[in-house]
Design a binder for this molecule. Structure first.
Ligand code: ZN
Length: 290
């Protein structure tokens, strides 16, 4: 049997990032295609993949919401989205039709959760939670080396969190819930009340402890539900110097020594860097074939 050749797609709301690989250490060629209309963007994706050789598998880590029930007709389709033209778009079908190979798909957040659990900050752990904190807050759960989901992917960014005592007047930015976790601690929520990103606010600004407080609550909630071996925080907001240490410290205080693992040892920054999305797509393929 010939060597496998994996087509990797990180489908984002502003751009599609494409790569090919034969394994974890040789993502050989990457390109970026702007996310415009589905016909244009998916068409350009198919054309680029077609120039890369005979693909044996394709992995897609996509923005959501996306249908993940393989027995449902909307499997692999983008579901209702405010992104113009993309609601109902079939991401998997055009790949299967063009390349006649298996296609694995999941959300970008779940894919990175899986990749971090295999190669990144969760390596060696079989139970890993991943949060991305950026323009929104998303989360993925990997238990027993598999992505966990109910009827759809988790929506951990919309969990409720008690308010910080110095943050009671801000109503939050989530259009559905106001002051859910995403409504209070995402990048836009930070800018909405303090006018700057967290990394642009001085180290002594109370925003740092307030945001760490909310993320620490999310972390401790996940410990209470899953007792995971690792809770990983990635995304743009987490580039703020000192934030992960503050989250560890506050989570440790909130957990009060109750759980099997110490919060400060469970919590980690993400470690896969710029290729996390493509590695996520690869991890979906490897997981689906193992
Ligand atoms: Zn919400």
């Amino acid at each position: 049997m010939s060597e496998p050749l994996y087509g990797l797609l990180e489908a984002g709301g502003t751009k599609f990032v494409l790569g090919v690989a034969t394994g974890r250490d040789d993502i050989q060629a990457t390109t970026r295609i702007p996310t415009t209309s589905p016909a244009e963007t998916i068409g350009a994706t198919l054309e680029w993949f077609a120039t890369q050789g005979q693909l044996t598998h394709i992995g897609i880590a996509t923005f959501g919401p996306v249908g993940l029930d393989q027995s449902s007709p909307d499997w692999g389709h983008i579901l209702e989205t405010p992104k113009p033209g993309w609601s109902g778009t079939d991401l998997v079908g055009p790949m299967q039709k063009r390349f006649a190979c298996p296609v694995a798909i999941n959300t970008d957040v779940n894919a990175v959760a899986l990749a971090e659990s295999i190669w990144g900050a969760g390596q060696g752990q079989h139970s890993v939670i991943y949060f991305t904190v950026g323009t929104g807050i998303g989360g993925g759960v990997v238990i027993g080396d598999r992505i966990l989901q109910g009827q759809s992917h988790p929506e951990m960014g919309h969990m409720r969190v008690p308010r910080h005592r110095d943050d009671v007047n801000f109503s939050g930015v989530c259009p559905f819930h106001g002051d859910c976790l995403e409504g209070l601690a995402s990048g836009p929520a930070i800018i909405a009340r303090w006018g700057h990103s967290l990394s642009d606010l001085p180290d002594t600004h109370p925003a740092h402890e307030i945001i760490a407080f909310y993320l620490a609550q999310a972390s401790v909630t996940m410990q209470a539900i899953f007792e995971p071996g690792r809770i990983i925080f990635g995304g743009g907001v987490m580039h703020t110097p000192g934030l992960i240490e503050r989250v560890r410290s506050q989570a440790s205080r909130l957990a009060a020594g109750y759980f099997r693992s110490k919060s400060e040892e469970v919590i980690s920054g993400a470690s896969l860097g710029v290729n996390a999305g493509l590695l996520g797509a690869l991890s979906l393929i490897l997981s689906s074939t193992s």
